[in-house]
Design a protein around this ligand. Structure first.
Ligand code: SF4
Length: 269
């Protein structure tokens, strides 16, 4: 029998390692997650994964590698979740990008296994239109597609995320999913340049359903930026446009008292 455990932000099934409830900052993104790969070829300069998972950054940046025996264990976990009656979205992924440039072999079968066992899917990616390979799997009433965006400027993106899809390609993917009726959201975390993040909202709000807004950690601007001003400008803009949003914990101290900031906005139509 599947043993359900209650966490701060949701539920998971005890003993499962490949479908799990992320904690801390990751837990703000999704109730459940799965990570088919080790390493990532997007080479984001701000990536926290090598530090958190104690991987050599050079090896991590060399590209994504499929985790051994991944699909069999994912299937075992998915069966347990189905037995427990859990139908939440599982987000792919936190420790790599499932639409990375080097290996996507596990992406589609992972999404299929998750769906076949009654769960829903969400992908968060900087892979841009590489994600269109799986657009047919996404269901309008269950699933979501998301992209992280830090700037609209190609040179900025190439400096900070040298292996990732360019901003215009990520926007093309968001438009394509939105055009198919799929729920879309954008992660404005990290915010490396506040004006750039504010401009992203201006450029994308017509085809993005939800924004998740954070700051950046471990960079000089973490200490020098006026995050209160950024938070207030961002919520003013999003509210004026009528866009749903979630302000992450790092920025919540700057929200007006009593500001409605639900953690789990339904991510489907
Ligand atoms: S896409 Fe994500 S996992 Fe990959 S390098 Fe960038 S921040 Fe790290």
């Amino acid at each position: 029998m599947a043993v359900i455990q209650l966490n701060d932000d949701g539920i998971s099934v005890k003993g499962c390692s490949h479908i799990y409830a992320p904690r801390g900052q990751a837990g703000e993104y999704s109730p459940l997650a799965a990570n088919p790969y080790r390493g990532c070829g997007h080479k984001c300069a701000y990536c926290y994964v090598p530090r958190v998972t104690k991987q050599d950054r050079g090896e991590f940046n060399a590209g994504a590698v499929a985790r051994g025996g991944y699909l069999d264990q994912l299937k075992r976990d998915a069966v347990k979740y189905q037995l427990a009656g859990i139908t939440e979205q599982v987000m792919l992924s936190f420790t790599s990008d499932v639409y990375n440039p080097t290996d996507m072999t596990l992406t589609r079968p992972s999404l299929e296994i998750i769906q076949q066992h009654g769960l829903a899917i969400c992908t968060l990616t900087k892979g841009g239109t590489r994600a269109l390979a799986d657009i047919d799997l996404f269901r309008t009433d269950r699933d979501a597609f998301a992209s992280t965006m830090t700037s609209l400027d190609d040179r900025f993106s190439q400096k900070w995320e040298s292996g990732a899809a360019l901003p215009g390609d990520r926007i093309a993917a968001l438009k394509a999913f939105h055009g198919k009726g799929i729920f879309t959201w954008v992660s404005l975390e990290p915010t490396i340049d506040v004006e750039a993040s504010l401009s992203i909202v201006d450029a994308t709000h017509e085809f993005v359903d939800l924004y998740k807004v954070g700051r950046v950690n471990y960079l000089p601007i973490t200490k020098t930026e006026d995050w209160r001003d950024y938070t207030l400008r961002m919520i003013d803009k999003l509210s004026a446009l009528g866009k749903r949003h979630y302000i992450k914990k790092d920025l919540q101290p700057f929200l007006p008292t009593g500001y409605h900031n639900p953690l789990r906005v339904p991510q489907h139509h």
